[in-house]
Design a protein around this ligand. Structure first.
Ligand code: SF4
Length: 214
């Protein structure tokens, strides 16, 4: 396992709040305790958030959850729901990888998720299992190309090479971070690193001592 203590200290030195809990259940309780009743909440699509039960709890709690996954929404309504993240009290997401240097690495296709992580939402809660911890950005890039992107592409039935190969096509030609397929379904468009934060404590990271999501 990566050096958990070092990661926690590095995230703190990058002015993010950090909490470590052992289980998904504890992560859910902690996340809910951070969000005052009545808060407007938006989330990115995240297997981790689904596995922890956090989104269901928010949907069923005393919060104003803006849900872009409701059936029968028009594309315009879905777009509006995604834009609502910029004015939300809380934006919830996981991360594709977290480094020992205290960086959050995320790759996005539509990119509403990375946009909201970077700016707009007053508070950001990032929930991540220890399987997301990596040593450095090189390992973060590799993690997305070998784990996160292929599994998400398969989950979302994206017609991309990685969904079939189990890894990014770029690895077959030793391509770098942004190298990849040239398909309209590509889920890797924007590559973001969150490091030292100007707005202290806006980003709250909950690290969970279990394997969660991709
Ligand atoms: S660039 Fe294309 S092949 Fe590579 S991981 Fe992303 S979607 Fe998959």
């Amino acid at each position: 396992m990566m050096n958990l203590e070092k990661t926690i200290e590095a995230l703190k030195s990058n002015r993010m709040d950090v909490h470590y809990v052992r289980t998904a259940e504890e992560a859910k309780a902690l996340a809910l305790s951070m969000i005052p009743e009545g808060s407007t909440c938006v989330s990115g699509g995240s297997v981790t958030l689904a596995e922890t039960g956090i989104i269901d709890a928010i949907k069923n709690g005393a919060y104003h959850y803006i849900d872009r996954s409701l059936p029968d929404l028009t594309q315009e309504q879905k777009d509006d729901a995604m834009r609502a993240a910029f004015g939300a009290d809380f934006y919830l997401s996981s991360a594709n990888a977290i480094t020992e240097d205290g960086e959050l690495y995320n790759v996005d296709g539509n990119s509403n998720r990375v946009a909201a992580l970077l700016w707009g939402a007053k508070n950001v809660i990032v929930v991540a299992g220890v399987n997301k911890l990596v040593k450095n950005l090189d390992e973060a890039v590799l993690r997305v190309k070998t784990v996160a992107a292929p599994r998400n592409a398969a989950r979302l039935s994206c017609n991309t090479p990685c969904a079939k190969l189990g890894h990014c096509i770029s690895l077959e030609r030793n391509g770098g971070m942004t190298d990849g397929c040239k398909t309209p379904a590509r889920i890797c468009a924007n590559f973001t690193v969150m490091a030292y934060q100007r707005h202290a404590s806006r980003v709250k990271v909950i690290l969970v001592g279990e394997s969660l999501g991709y």
